[in-house]
Design a binder for this molecule. Sequence first.
Ligand code: ADP
Length: 316
Amino acid sequence: MKIGVLTSGGDAPGMNAAVRAVVRAGLTYGHEIYGIKDGYSGMINDDMVLLTSHSVSGMLSLGGTFLGTSRAPEFLKEEVRQIGVDNLKKRGIEGLVVIGGDGTYRGAMDLARMGIKCIGLPGTIDNDIAGTDFTIGFQTAVETIVDAIDKLRDTSTSHQRCSIVETMGRRCGDLALFAGICGGAEFIITPENPMDKEQMFKRLREHKAAGRRHAIVVITEKILDVHALAEEITEKAGFASRATVLGYIQRGGSPCPEDRILGSRMGTYAVELLNDDVYGVCVGVRDSRMVHLPFANVVGQQRPKNELYKLVKKIS
Ligand code: ADP
């Protein structure tokens, strides 16, 4: 079988490990693997290359995605998608492994309806995909955020400050939650765990009165203006406060071992699904086991509130 592989939407560390596994496992099973450049743009522009085992050597430790990625809004148009489908069919590519987030999965659902055998792998640092415990890239991003929190704690202790750290995550608080636990944050504010401002000011005043030299607040992006919150904490809690927006730093870096393993497992599993003529599904990891679900059960679905929030209440 000829199988295409692409990475799409926001990049994430470990995407290369997943592509490498699709290529290597694909070749092991006797398939031909085509790398499609820059997400759905490469399908539309017919920018595809035949990948060999050698093409993916040295890729495990590389951050980002060597295939490139893009946001291709034109792909929402049926007639544009048809150009992409025709480009695949012209080469005899029947199977397609897409690595990305919710938007990428929506694109794959459309392609599945147009006769392409699609498999989705969750590649996003946000961990905002239903049907999987972890997405590829999430754990590396947590490491990056924890490293930043540790550094901010050093300087905020010296200056007796409260540090506010804004993470990515869109509508999912997992980055803030996991990194906040690892970094010993006093407050973790996420879409699933909203803030009670008065309660927070009260606790920070008590903190200060008890002689604590620092406090860390970790908050998911897009909830509020963190610089305005820092001013409010300085005024109302009497704790000098500064905000740091981590931004795109969180997307980069060499993938951690967990993401290399997750990418490798998911890429291999995708090929095995195609071997078994299973498609129109996306892959997940649940309780350390590989699983797959129809796209329709995952796209647009909210993840349940993480069990770790119960822990936060007891130890922060
Ligand atoms: P992510 O996959 O990380 O959520 P995007 O939301 O940007 O990132 O989606 C990636 C790409 O998937 C988009 O640029 C577009 O080409 C395609 N896409 C997104 N939503 C749809 C949709 N509803 N139908 C078809 N294609 C879509």
